[in-house]
Design a protein around this ligand. Sequence first.
Ligand SMILES: Cc1cc2nc3c(=O)[nH]c(=O)nc-3n(C[C@H](O)[C@H](O)[C@H](O)COP(=O)(O)O)c2cc1C
Length: 311
Amino acid sequence: MVVAQVTRTDVRTQGAEWSPGEAAELDAAVWRAPSVHNSRPWSLTLRQRAAVLREDPAARMQHDPQGRDQRISCGAALTNLVLAVRSLGFSAQVEVGAAGGLVSAAVNAGDPDAPSPREAAWARAIAERHSHRAPFARKRVPELLREKIWDAAAGHRCGGRWIKSEAEALEVSRMLGRSAGAFHADVEYDRELTGWVTPEGRSLRSESGELRGLAAVGLTAPSTHLPDEQVLARLLHDESVLLVGTRGDRAEDHVRVGQAVERAWLEATSSGLAVSMMTQPLHMLEIRTGLAERLGTSLIPQAIMRFGYPA
Ligand SMILES: Cc1cc2nc3c(=O)[nH]c(=O)nc-3n(C[C@H](O)[C@H](O)[C@H](O)COP(=O)(O)O)c2cc1C
């Protein structure tokens, strides 16, 4: 069942419990959220007029010992869950908490309240959203769209930062190159990713046989050769690259990143853009703090998003 096709009158019931149709809507919206390695590292419990998302400790991955990616994934699922509750015609109160190193989020449906046009557009985009793993066209993303995406990412203690100037692109390129070098030495990480690097990712090879551009940074594997710093800087500058960051670096902040990422992703999808994301380089504290310092931003970068038109 597709969230986008639901209207209040279609499925809303007066009862104190979710109807089977409503439950299916909530489930489907959460299921469609982006997640690290498509692991969907959460559980969803529906009770009365509430929905609770819990981080699943069993889904923790070797490459993500701190659970950063897992919590970002939960944040993305939370955005979808809230949009689904709003699409069903309820106000939504959200409470995010962390206990024992695991995050959870409760969404309580309140009074009847129609979604805003923007919320409705984001909810419609849930079913269309996907990761773009092919090259982007050379066509630039218009400034107006970039502003809308930036605005969608903005939230409480989190937000986006576009890479704009050539100098900024070079700084980012240096930091990404440094992190990728470190990950090359991580055999366990390489082993895990070997099974994950997509055929599409592999096909992003340039004439010299290297994985091309930013994809090479996000998909570092034993056979990956990173592009030269200057080449990467040029690619960064030519593309629309958004760093999504937070004011803090605690478990709840990682959930906020995921929420912001998904809002930006849905905004872009509803405007016909293709999107891909990566977090691997930002697992390293040195890279997060180094990037924030070099870009002169108070946001700690947590996710790298690329926006463009499919080639
Ligand atoms: C925290 C996080 C990290 C991710 N890292 C990468 C990445 O490094 N490279 C990549 O191609 N996709 C990455 N993704 C996208 C997931 O692989 C993708 O969401 C998942 O496979 C489901 O596919 P879909 O987005 O097309 O629905 C990431 C997603 C999340 C939430």
